[in-house]
Design a protein around this ligand. Sequence first.
Ligand SMILES: [Zn+2]
Ligand SMILES: [Zn+2]
Length: 355
Amino acid sequence: MASRDPVADLRRIAFLLERANEATYRVRAFRSAAATVAALGPAELAERAAAGTLAELSGVGDVTARCVTESLAGEEPVYLRRLAATEGTDLQGAAAVLRAALRGDCHAHSDWSDGGSPIEEMALAAVEIGHEYLVLTDHSPRLTVARGLTAARLRRQLDHVAKVNDALPEGFRILTGIEVDILADGSLDQEDELLARLDVVVGSVHSNLRDDSARMTRRMLAAIENPHLDILGHLTGRKVAAAGAGDKAHRGGRTRPPSDFDLTRVLAACVEHGKAVEINCRPDRLDPPKRMLTVAVEAGCLFSIDTDAHAPGQLDWQRYGCERAALCGVPVDRVVNSWPADRLLAWTSGHSGGN
Ligand SMILES: [Zn+2]
Ligand SMILES: [Zn+2]
């Protein structure tokens, strides 16, 4: 039997574990084993597999060593087969149509801020999912708990993304972006010059989430009116108990009610300024809630169905947003990430005074 690619199998397992929201340490075991194995020559790899000494390598354990051995023998690793068998059921009807229409993702993090993987890994996963683009939206300076990027680090990231893009397959590109904090006064937490340079700007409220309604409404309206903002991230800031969450950070507790603001005015401002309301796909957010999503559809808003992924496998969470969007009657042509990159970029530069 022809041998399989053990690195691809290990990465696939990591991807499926992330998608299932499994604990980070389990995912990391497979990603680091993949890195170790990728660095070995084929001869040493075969030799170690035959001698049973793979697990002596740093980064490789008994479980990952078994996967590599099975791969090299041309068998689908048992671990992978079991995971693949528990994959979610197929999307139905309108949700499937929406999911099939998506060409990219406008909200994702790398290890430059609080994501777990390098930009290259995130991009490769997006390619495998079939995306044409991925907007990289690491956090802004004031969100220090998430290692938000200072202006200087963001400038370095832009140079780095340009290099990574050169090495990626034809027909796919990383678009530059940011998840910029909407500060207490409604201003955006990054230099104007940089915000103008970025392809896509997602703006989110991460602090003072319990501001009273009048204050929160003023704050959100100021951000929506800011010509740099393109997409309003996780509208209400709520946190829900994620079903089947394996990640400690999201298991149990840690829920948070939606913040208080004038929904009608906020949505009307989004329509007036041509800004998109994010449909955040994270199982621990599911934001906006369905009752608000329905109102946003009726108001005539644009939408962006984004994963807010912090790991490659989470890029496949768009299905959760599509299910909710379908239930609430979101029309496909009003979803900005169903548009080709050129149309998306024409839209973002259209309301930022030509960036
Ligand atoms: Zn956020
Ligand atoms: Zn985010």
